[in-house]
Design a protein around this ligand. Structure first.
Ligand code: GDP
Length: 476
């Protein structure tokens, strides 16, 4: 097992010349195309304070996709995630939408919770992901799964914009997913929708009659008012997105959730994103494989096929894949099994190594190699004023070669949501006079996200500036 110096440099996000210099100081004269053995490569990587991620599970086991023909593309339903501050009515709204659409007597009016559901309107269908909030949204993104087309941001009309409202806005913006605002609880006497609009305009969400382009709806999830208008608004937004896909090819999508069910074995909810899934199809889901034995829709009704944007529960997987894992139908069962075996091997390997995300220490080299043009930071501070001050100071550091952008700045401890956003966006977290929560520390360790702690603003600016100038020596 050997690797060339240039290849290793690329994998470490470093210039080959830095590696050659280091090897020279270790008494080895090598050229850029020369091979070095695995042990030397490992020692070298450790010298630079980082581990090499040699394999990527899915990069190395790509299943060939079927091509689209010109006439195979047809419109598909939008996939919607509901976000917003705690207690602003996300769950209630999901319930109101769901029950507004279930005709009495239809399958007993019962809906199953399978992680997503679809509503049918005369104008079209809409798929709702059943796990509200930006945590699930960003967790999926961190796994490389972008399933949401539209975010509905719920803001309670009596409470206004709150910290998690801002988090949700930033998470959606970072994912480049359009936001529709649902001002909820308008049944309350103290409801003040105009104040909400005023507050949201500070975050770039302006209604059309104020010269902006964000769609707003006023609803009461409790009294089930305005629900139809909201659904129509979602379809309007979807039309602008021109969502189209192939209906005729082998199905692919993402796992939304999965579990072991007593008596039924592995049960996975899959959101089909392309193609049509059928009974008997062999597939790979994450590191597992299987054959579709049975499928159920969001009413628990048996179905024999699932088209794009449809969530279905499937039986027949030989393991329990994780939320966000890619799902793909293969040409035959043998290929599905082979890919699954290979992925399980690779996964073991990945777990034994550290997957490298960006850190300050190798930032300069990344810029030199033209690999990143933007350094993203998330700022958490003890008070709002400090977070804003740091944000302003850092953004001033932007140069022609590298843009510094604070994708989220807020008061409070570094939480899991921050770490997930950092992981999904390859950002660094700056903790100013605050500490990460225990869960956030554990997650940061796992996701290889860097959290840098400071208590003097000048130090933050200095460090980031130094890193940008390539003067920060690696802390070995
Ligand atoms: P979530 O944390 O965002 O999922 O919020 P919930 O859906 O659990 O709602 C929080 C609380 O607000 C519950 O007590 C709901 O009954 C109440 N609530 C939700 N929507 C409305 C509404 O439109 N009007 C009123 N008055 N209360 C609501």
């Amino acid at each position: 097992e050997a690797i060339t110096v240039s290849e290793l440099a690329r994998k470490m996000n470093l210039k080959a010349s830095s590696l050659i210099t280091k090897l020279m100081s270790m008494g080895m004269m090598v050229t850029i195309n020369q091979q070095i053995d695995a042990d030397t490569a490992t020692i070298l990587a450790e010298e630079f304070g980082c581990k090499v991620n040699v394999v990527s599970l899915y990069d190395e086991t790509v299943i060939e996709k079927e091509q689209d023909s010109e006439d195979s593309l047809r419109g598909r339903a939008p996939v919607v995630t509901i976000m917003g501050h705690v207690d602003h009515g996300k769950t209630k709204l999901l319930d109101a939408i769901r029950s507004a659409n279930v005709a009495e007597g239809e399958f007993g009016g019962i809906t199953q919770h399978i992680g997503a559901y679809q509503v049918n309107l005369p104008q079209g269908k809409i798929t709702f992901l059943d796990t509200p909030g930006h945590e699930a949204f960003t967790l999926m993104r961190a796994r490389g799964a972008q399933v949401t087309d539209i975010v509905v941001l719920v803001v309670a009309a009596n409470d206004g914009v709150m910290p998690q409202t801002v988090e949700a806005i930033n998470h959606a913006k970072e994912a480049k997913v359009p936001i529709i605002v649902a001002i909820n609880k308008i049944d309350l006497p103290e409801a003040n929708p105009d104040r909400v609009k005023q507050q949201l305009s500070d975050y770039g969400l302006l209604p059309e009659d104020w010269g902006g382009s964000t769609l707003f709806c006023e609803v009461s999830a409790l009294k089930r008012k305005g629900i139809n208008e909201l659904l129509e608004t979602i379809l309007l937004q979807a039309e602008l997105l021109e969502l189209k896909t192939n209906y005729d090819c082998r199905a692919e999508g993402r796992v939304l959730e999965s579990k072991i069910d007593h008596g039924r074995g592995s049960v996975a909810t899959v959101l089909v994103q392309r193609g049509t899934l059928k009974i008997g199809d062999p597939f790979v889901a994450g590191v597992y494989s299987g054959k579709v034995r049975a499928m159920f829709d969001d009413h628990g009704k048996r179905v024999d096929k699932a088209e794009p944007s449809t969530p279905v529960e499937i039986l027949g997987c030989d393991g329990v894949p994780e939320a966000g894992d890619p799902f793909q139908v293969t040409e035959n069962e043998k290929l599905a099994r082979q890919v699954s075996v290979k992925r399980q091997e690779l996964k073991k390997l990945e777990e034994s190594k550290n997957v490298k995300k960006i850190t300050l220490d190798n930032l300069y080299d990344s810029i030199q190699d033209g690999e990143i043009l933007e350094l993203k930071v998330i700022i958490k501070a003890d008070v709002h004023g400090s977070a804003e001050a740091i944000k302003t100071a850092l953004e001033k550091l932007s140069t022609r070669e590298i843009r510094l952008s604070a994708i989220h700045a807020a008061a409070g401890a570094v939480n899991e949501s921050d770490v997930r956003l950092a992981s999904a966006s390859n950002a660094i977290i700056i903790a100013f006079n605050v500490r990460p929560t225990n869960q956030a520390s554990v997650l940061a360790e796992k996701e290889k996200v860097e959290i840098r702690k400071y208590n003097i603003i000048y130090d933050v600016v200095d460090d980031i500036k130094a890193a940008m100038e390539g003067m920060l020596s690696p802390d070995i």
